[in-house]
Design a binder for this molecule. Structure first.
Ligand code: BGC
Length: 381
């Protein structure tokens, strides 16, 4: 699903400068239907943005970063949330089409299910940019802006390896995202890339997935095999589901699956929920647990030693990439891309951004000094 290798830091830096420049040409009116900006006529919206849900801080974060990037811009933008419903998402796209959008930026709630909505947009002559999550099995998208999702999983897996004890037979608890999200496959694939040799050689013993255990000697899993493992250990990106699953797993676990353990948690919301369960089990003496998104609540958990790490995906870059593309399209230019993703139907030209591992020791240098968060938002830093 990906066709990327390493990009040089220089290229990334140049892109940032270029796109921050572009974002000055854009403006926004999130969700209230008002229009503004020189290029907007008669209530027209230039760029429609559809995000999956307001219930997860990750996507509220994206909304905020879009607002920040679009403050003094010329084009009008409207952001709508789909609240975890493909039906609502389709309705949102129709609302935006009725407002005359030329570009649609969309992070789908459900990758394959969003096909119909974007095909409707394409029929209307709209250019479609998939944002963070790929829309699969459709010819209805033109571009994809994303983080390197396989690298996210690899960073999570590597962290567990680097921070586990020296002995063999360390219990490994696996959790994954929603199977309706293509990213969940990429994250797990990345984690498996680095964890599998350590499972095969007995360093780690899988504690909670008989399917993963049965596949432990396979270095590369098919989409179908990944789907089967996800079926067993999915959190559906839902903190409550994650908590319930973790409770069930720890209740069922025998003594040799307790003690010092490592936990692959796919993102911050699920990580905090799972961490709370592991922390409250008296037979778990130590846990190392991953995360993703650098959500504020998880940064506090990391400072407090309750979550071990998170993978920071700088949403400012993703927003700049998406809006930079949108502006190019509105200006009649062809957006720059750096690779492509096979969405099961077509090769989608894509732009991809690197990720950074955050742990206690670099919270300050990566997140505070870069201006992503304020020091005053945390205690004990
Ligand atoms: C995103 C993650 C997010 C997850 C749950 C994924 O597609 O890439 O950043 O945590 O969805 O919303």
């Amino acid at each position: 699903m990906r066709n990327f290798k390493l990009f040089s830091a220089l290229l990334v830096a140049m892109l940032m400068v270029f796109l921050v420049g572009c974002s000055n040409d854009v403006s926004t009116n999130s969700g209230d239907g008002k229009t503004s900006g020189k290029k907007a006529k008669g209530g027209k919206i230039n760029v429609g943005i559809v995000l999956p849900t307001k219930d997860e801080p990750r996507w509220v974060q994206d909304e905020t970063r879009f607002h920040d990037a679009l403050k003094d811009s010329e084009y009008t933008t409207e952001i709508l949330f789909s609240q975890g419903s493909s039906a609502k998402e389709k309705e949102n796209v129709e609302t935006l089409l009725n407002k005359g959008i030329d570009v649609l930026i969309i992070a789908p709630h459900d990758g394959p299910a969003a096909g119909a909505a974007v095909e409707a947009a394409k029929k209307d002559g709209v250019t479609v940019i998939a944002y963070d999550r790929l829309i699969t099995d459709t010819k209805g998208i033109d571009y994809y802006v994303t983080f390197d999702s396989v690298a996210v999983g690899e960073a999570q897996g590597q962290y567990l390896i680097d921070h586990a004890g020296e002995e063999k037979g360390i219990p490994l608890y696996l959790y994954a995202g929603a199977a309706s999200d293509n990213n969940a496959f990429l994250f797990f694939e990345g984690a498996w890339n680095v964890l599998q040799p350590k499972i095969a050689d007995g360093t780690f013993v899988i504690a909670n997935s008989s399917t993963a255990e049965a596949l432990k000697d396979k270095a590369e899993l098919t989409r179908d095999e990944l789907g089967k493992i996800l079926g067993q250990v999915t959190t559906n990106w839902d903190a409550n589901e994650a908590k319930n699953k973790a409770q069930t797993h720890l209740t069922a676990a025998k003594a040799d699956f307790k003690g010092e353990v490592v936990v692959l948690a796919p993102n911050d919301g699920t990580s905090r929920a799972i961490a709370d369960v592991f922390a409250s089990d008296p037979d778990v003496s130590k846990y190392v647990i991953t995360g993703q998104d650098a959500e504020k609540a998880s940064i506090q958990y990391i400072i407090d030693g309750k979550q071990s790490m998170t993978v920071f995906k700088d949403v400012r870059t993703l927003v700049a990439d998406a809006m930079g593309m949108a502006v190019d399209i509105l200006d009649g230019k062809t957006p720059e891309t750096t690779g492509s993703y096979d969405n099961g139907s077509i090769e989608v030209p894509a732009k991809q951004t690197d990720v950074i591992v955050i742990e206690q020791k670099n919270v300050k240098s990566e997140l505070i000094d870069s201006g992503y968060y304020e020091e005053s938002e945390f205690t004990g830093l």
